[in-house]
Design a protein around this ligand. Structure first.
Ligand code: CA
Ligand code: CA
Length: 235
């Protein structure tokens, strides 16, 4: 499907070095302002929350960069304002992370995700990326996401980890299958903890300093990205 162009005039000083979302973990060099990674894809399940992170790469000095991302939820080839999935609200010289929910109303099937990162400057004298257009410094990258109905995902792939105790006040132990990462989000979507694993089949999450409430735990296994709820309750 035809989409609008996006790019920059100069991606020699800063570029997108990594995009991670779902099973996408794509590390790249400067693509001269636009990188076509539509051959890189992940499943995203309708109704579920996902983490996205964008990491800048620099030719020298680490500049302040503003990142945004869009997914064409309705598959019509454009990115409207309600298809903005990531806007951290500030620029950064390092990895920017956020999360988003896949609308239940999204059109199932293949959709394009666009990631943009532009030079913002220390005082916002640079630019913020839009889904389309040519910008001064930075980079854009396109990916494909496969939007799938959660009810069609095999039960065996869902909630394959067990978390206990739940509710918990001190430490939550998880066990089940081989895991590469565990991320925890509070009810506002803020990432409160990240653990990277190397195929361990059990581990622990320290919740002793977390406020009471509901948290989402997103974890990645060989079967894909799943999530569970845990409740923290300090008596
Ligand atoms: Ca790149
Ligand atoms: Ca659209």
């Amino acid at each position: 499907m035809a989409t609008c162009a996006a790019g920059t005039n100069d991606a020699s000083g800063e570029w997108i070095a990594n995009v991670t979302v779902g099973s996408i973990n794509n590390t790249s060099v400067s693509d001269n302002g636009y990188g076509d990674y539509t051959g890189v894809t992940t499943d995203l399940v309708l109704g579920q929350n996902y983490v996205i992170s964008v990491t800048p790469g620099f030719g020298g000095f680490s500049y302040n960069e503003y990142s945004r991302a869009w997914i064409d939820w309705n598959g019509d080839g454009d990115w409207t304002s309600d298809e903005l999935i990531f806007d951290p609200g500030q620029a950064s010289t390092s990895t920017a992370t956020g999360n988003f929910n896949v609308p239940m109303t999204a059109t199932q099937g293949s959709a394009r995700m666009r990631v943009g990162m532009t030079y913002y400057g220390l005082f916002g004298t640079g630019e913020t990326p839009d889904a389309c257009g040519t910008f001064s410094y930075g980079e854009f990258e396109d990916y494909c996401v496969n939007l799938v109905d959660g009810n069609a995902v095999a039960e065996s792939q869902m909630n394959t980890l067990h978390f206990y105790p739940n509710p918990a006040s001190d430490v939550v132990t998880w066990t089940g299958e081989k895991v590469s990462s565990v991320l925890c989000f509070d009810a506002t979507g803020k990432c409160v903890a990240r653990y990277d694993f190397n195929g361990e089949q059990s581990g622990q999450i320290d919740v002793s300093q977390w406020a009471n409430g509901l948290y989402w735990v997103q974890y990645e296994t060989a079967g894909g990205v799943n999530q569970s709820k845990i409740v923290v309750s300090h008596e």
